[in-house]
Design a protein around this ligand. Sequence first.
Ligand code: THU
Length: 126
Amino acid sequence: MNEKTIEKAIRVMKNAYNPYSHYAVGCVLIADSGKEYVGCNVENASYGATLCAERVALGNAISQGERKFEEIVLVSSGESLPIPCGICRQMLSEFGDMRVLAINNLGDRQSCMLSELLPMAFKLEK
Ligand code: THU
């Protein structure tokens, strides 16, 4: 993984709106086109309305016309690794498989494929 991409994720993490959890996440979603799309978590007083960094980055990429992704890179401000939650796994799986790299504030890294995180993902036939 390109260290510049990780630095980009750390920069966007600093924009997280996280007054409830105080846990910041930064995300860089790398499209097959080679372009990179960023996102951070956006929390809400109605907690369930919170958007994870992954879904913010995905909306950003999709709205620019992207449909296929190589990798998603996640960094967090805490010791918990920012492994995508269930909703984000489902949202990302709509667009095929991709590598997932999660890094915590200690620099610990974990990488796997999205299909390992969400085997048997739900898909409508198209
Ligand atoms: N969060 C993310 O943005 N991505 C993850 O991979 C894990 C969780 C956010 C949601 C919420 O704002 C905060 O982290 C604590 O759950």
